[in-house]
Design a protein around this ligand. Structure first.
Ligand code: 1HN
Length: 352
C-alpha cells in the first residue's frame, strides 16, 4: 500500500488541518495497519560474562536501599531510552548483596524474577517469604507488597521481567512505598506451594487477584518434569520439549499478562523455524548452542539473555542438552485474541 501522491493543494490542506490537530488518515494508514507485525525491537543478546562485571560495579556505587531497586535495565537497541526489552515488556538485571534489603513497595505492574546467579536470598510477597535458587521462576503479582533481602553470603543476581510498558500504554500505573523496609511476615516460608501446589484448596476458597496463588516455581521441579517427559514424549519440531508455567487453580498462564516457559533441547537438536506475534526473551539455564533470528546467529550459554522480537523467524541449535527459560506477553495477547504463530512453512494459525 503506497500513500497517495502529494499535490500542492493537498499539502496546503494538510498544513491547514495540522493547526487543528488533525491529519489525513490516507497518509499514515499503511504504517498504522501493517500487513504483518513490524516491530521496532531488534534481535539482541546480552552475554552474562560481559554484563556481570557492570552489575557488580553498580553494587559498589549505590546501595539497594538508596536505589530502591539496584537494576541495570536491558534496553533493546531498537528502543533505547524506553526501558523495554521487547516493545511491550521491560527486563533488567537486579543485584542484591549479602545483608541488603530492597525496601517494600507495590505497583500495578506484574513482575517476574528469574534467578541467574546465587542462592538463598528471599523475596517476600504480601507477608510470605520464598527462598530463591538458580533457575527458579518467581512471581510478584500486581499490587502486592514486596521486598527482597539477601541473608546468604554471596551476591545474588536475577532477571526482572515486568509488563510496565503495557501498564503505561493503558495509563494504569499506580505505585506506593511501604512505611518500613520490610512488610510484616505473617505466613511461613514457602507456604503457598504447600497450600496450592498439592491439588487441594480450602473448601470455600475463592481466587483473589489475577495471578497464580503460587509464586515460586522451583527449577528442580520443572527440570524433573522435562527429564521425565523426554522418556515418554515426542520432541516437538519447533520447541523440543516445552512447558508453560500455569496457575494450577485455572490452568491459565501463571501471570495475567506475561507467559513463561521452560524447554529442553537435546544435544545436536536443530529446531524447525518458528515465529509468533509475541516477542520472546530467552535465558538459557544449561547447555550451549545458538539461535538463528532472521538468519543471524546468536551464540548462547547459561545465564545469557537474548531477545527475539515479534514475528522474527527463529530456530535453535543445541550443542549439548540445553534448557531455556523464556517469557513473553503471550498471556495478554491470547486474552485479547491477538496472538498468532507460524510453524515452518505452515499457514499462520490463531487459536480458535
Ligand atoms: C520493581 O518493582 C522491581 O520490585 C524490579 O524488584 C524492577 C522495574 C520497573 C518498575 C518496578 C522489584 C522494576 C520494578
Amino acid at each position: 500500500m503506497e500513500a497517495p501522491t502529494k499535490t500542492p493543494e493537498r499539502e496546503k490542506f494538510y498544513n491547514t488541518i495540522d493547526e487543528k490537530s488533525m491529519t489525513p488518515l490516507w497518509e499514515v494508514l499503511s504504517g498504522l495497519v501493517t500487513k504483518e507485525p513490524v516491530s521496532p525491537a531488534v534481535p539482541h543478546i546480552w552475554k552474562f560474562a560481559d554484563v556481570r562485571p557492570h552489575v557488580l560495579q553498580a553494587g559498589e556505587l549505590i546501595t539497594a536501599k538508596e536505589a530502591e531497586r539496584r537494576v541495570l535495565v536491558l534496553e533493546n537497541p531498537g528502543l533505547r531510552g524506553d526501558s523495554r526489552i521487547t516493545h511491550s515488556l521491560y527486563a533488567g538485571l537486579q543485584l542484591i548483596k549479602p545483608g541488603e534489603i530492597a525496601p517494600a513497595h507495590r505497583h500495578t505492574a506484574s513482575a517476574l524474577r528469574f534467578i541467574i546467579e546465587g542462592g538463598g536470598a528471599y523475596t517476600a510477597v504480601d507477608g510470605e517469604k520464598t527462598i530463591m535458587e538458580e533457575g527458579d521462576f518467581v512471581i510478584t503479582p500486581p499490587w502486592t507488597w514486596h521486598d527482597h533481602g539477601n541473608e546468604s553470603d554471596r551476591p545474588m543476581i536475577w532477571m526482572d521481567g515486568l509488563d510496565v510498558p503495557l501498564v503505561n500504554t493503558f495509563d494504569t500505573s499506580f505505585a506506593e512505598n511501604y512505611d518500613e523496609d520490610e512488610f510484616p511476615v505473617t505466613r511461613p516460608v514457602n507456604y503457598s506451594p504447600t497450600q496450592y501446589g498439592h491439588n487441594v484448596v480450602p473448601v470455600g476458597w475463592e481466587r483473589k487477584g489475577h495471578c497464580s496463588p503460587i509464586f515460586n516455581y522451583p527449577y528442580a521441579s520443572t527440570r524433573e518434569t522435562l527429564e521425565k517427559m523426554r522418556q515418554y514424549e515426542e520432541w516437538d519440531a519447533c520447541h523440543g520439549l516445552k512447558v508453560q508455567y500455569i496457575d494450577p487453580t485455572t490452568g491459565d498462564f501463571a501471570m495475567p499478562t506475561i507467559a513463561t516457559f521452560m524447554q529442553l533441547l537435546p544435544k545436536d537438536f536443530t529446531t524447525t523455524p518458528y515465529r509468533s506475534t509475541d516477542g520472546m526473551v530467552f535465558s538459557p539455564v544449561e547447555g550451549t548452542g545458538r539461535t538463528y533470528i532472521n538468519g543471524q546467529a546468536f551464540e548462547w550459554g547459561p545465564k545469557d539473555i537474548f531477545v527475539v522480537p515479534s514475528w522474527c523467524s527463529y530456530h535453535h541449535e543445541a550443542d549439548e542438552d540445553a534448557v531455556l527459560f523464556s517469557f513473553s506477553d503471550r498471556a495478554a495477547q491470547s486474552k485479547l485474541g491477538l496472538w498468532r504463530e507460524q510453524r515452518g512453512n505452515d499457514p499462520v494459525s490463531a487459536p480458535a
